[in-house]
Ligand binder design. Structure first.
Ligand SMILES: NC(=O)C1=CN([C@@H]2O[C@H](COP(=O)(O)OP(=O)(O)OC[C@H]3O[C@@H](n4cnc5c(N)ncnc54)[C@H](O)[C@@H]3O)[C@@H](O)[C@H]2O)C=CC1
Ligand SMILES: O=C(O)CCC(=O)C(=O)O
Length: 435
């Protein structure tokens, strides 16, 4: 009896990652790169899937005495360029495909910035706002123990991402240090300064985004004090972008977080807003309820007319449904993957100046690199040195990407991806391909 032929599928399609639209989006971006640079198709095939991935079950005792299990992930896209590097995300929706996409983007980001790291990312499917501090500590420590065999200061170094912070990194550092028997600050970055953290790391991603925005404004000949901005997300990245732009005279006209969005066409005073967010009575630390702005619907936020739109929260918030309604001149991607390929095309065709995520938000991992170097050397820099070096590296990479985009007549996204992939591919090639 004749057997029906098995349809040919790419490795990416066949993998468990491909259920995630975020992962498919990362693969779609990678597929466009060979149009711009000459790269061995075998390397592209290899890079379309991570080197290794770990899924762990994390049982913890809850405050009420019950046991709950959470699913955790750590994906190392590559180890070619050095230890793998990338954040740890706590979010109820996180899955293996999303983490794999974020790990792949970390590889390109480290490549563009010329850092001696490969890409990785981690996640736990949990809403951190629903856990007590004690439960979060137990979750973090148990996760660290479960992935112990694949992390290390020369193997894989975590950092904060959505839903995690300096305290999370401190618990990881402590758990790892107890296991090996001595203090090992270089196992994570983005930890408290008192434990070997780097001054300016908390602000680094938002500052890097701001440097990119200023370059774009310069090129478009828009005076900074005539610019308006809308920022989605008011966490580590979004709040600093808003603050840095506000301090330079940009009018912040609308903001949003997971609880809602606010607008004031005359401009929101970020210093006053930050005092409101920090109030002990504002338990969710939300911008919602700020009396000097009016509430607007979340779906209205991204379509406000403005000079600068900075999505600094989730992936795929700009998509085929809303992209044609977006009314900004500059799109500064503080978040990872906020724009779907369909939206990217619509916005590019409309002439929006798009600063792609893997360049725009690379300030965080850059200062993480500074932190790792300082921890290894046990020699610490001051904030002025950190900020000056961050600015120098961000501007150098921005201009390199811009130059390639102009030369090849392609988008900054494709230019940035090409530079990132080229760095990894060249290293793979020089080390020698598979025996
Ligand atoms: N923390 C870092 O150093 C870096 C973060 N990123 C990326 O930036 C983005 C934000 O990360 P962080 O600021 O660190 O996270 P965070 O946890 O500090 O803040 C996230 C913010 O997004 C808001 N948010 C969540 N769901 C939302 C929704 N449905 N609509 C509107 N707002 C929503 C939250 O309320 C919060 O204000 C993520 O894409 C992350 O991967 C990128 C590079 C570095
Ligand atoms: O600081 C780091 O190591 C990684 C930051 C991160 O997760 C990111 O850039 O998406």
């Amino acid at each position: 009896m004749a057997v029906a032929p098995v349809p040919q599928r790419s490795i990416a399609e066949a993998s468990l990652f491909s259920a995630s639209p975020v992962y498919r989006m990362a693969c779609q971006q990678l597929e466009a790169v060979p149009n711009i640079i000459d790269v061995d198709p075998g390397i592209i095939l290899r890079l379309s899937l991570p080197k290794r991935s770990m899924i762990v079950n994390i049982p913890i005792r809850m405050d009420d005495g019950s046991t709950q299990c959470f699913v955790g992930y750590r994906v190392q896209h590559s180890l070619t360029s050095g230890a793998s590097k990338g954040g740890l995300r706590y979010n109820a929706q996180v899955d293996i495909g999303e983490v794999a996409a974020l790990a792949m983007w970390m590889s390109w980001k480290c490549g563009i910035m010329n850092l001696p790291f490969s890409g990785a990312k981690g996640g736990i499917a949990v809403d951190p706002a629903k856990l007590s501090r004690g439960e979060l500590e137990r979750l973090t420590r148990r996760y660290t123990e479960e992935i112990l065999s694949i992390i290390g200061p020369r193997i894989d170094v975590m950092a904060p991402d959505m839903g995690t912070d300096e305290q999370t990194m401190a618990w990881i550092m402590d758990t790892y240090s107890m296991k090996i028997g001595y203090a090992c600050p270089e196992i994570v970055t983005g930890k408290p300064v008192e434990l070997g953290g780097c001054v300016g790391r908390r602000e680094a991603t938002g500052r890097g985004v701001t440097y990119c925005i200023i370059e774009a404004l310069d090129e478009l000949k828009i005076p900074i004090t005539e610019a308006t901005a809308v920022v989605q997300g008011y966490g580590n990245v979004g709040s600093i972008v808003a603050q840095e732009l506000f301090q330079r005279g940009v009018k912040i006209i609308a903001l949003g977080d997971r609880y809602g969005s606010i607008r004031n066409e005359k401009g929101i005073d970020i210093h006053t807003l930050n005092k409101y967010v920090a109030l002990p009575s504002n338990e969710r630390k939300t911008i919602v309820g700020f009396s000097e702005a009016e509430p607007i619907k979340n779906e209205e936020l991204l379509t406000q007319p403005c000079t600068i739109l900075a999505p600094c929260a989730l992936e795929r918030v700009l998509n085929a449904e809303n992209a044609s309604k977006v009314q900004c001149k500059i799109l500064a991607e503080g978040a990872n993957g906020p724009t779907t390929p369909e939206a990217d095309k619509i916005l590019s065709d409309a002439g929006v100046y798009i600063i792609p995520d893997i360049l725009c938000n690379a300030g965080g991992v850059t200062v993480s690199y500074f932190e790792w170097v300082q921890d290894l050397q046990q020699y610490f820099w001051d904030e002025e040195q950190v900020n000056a070096k961050l600015k120098e590296l961000m501007l150098r990479s921005f201009r390199k990407v811009r130059k390639l985009a102009t030369e090849k007549k392609v988008s900054m996204r494709l230019a940035a991806l090409s530079l990132g992939v080229l760095k990894v591919a060249t290293e793979k090639q020089k080390r020698g391909l598979y025996p």
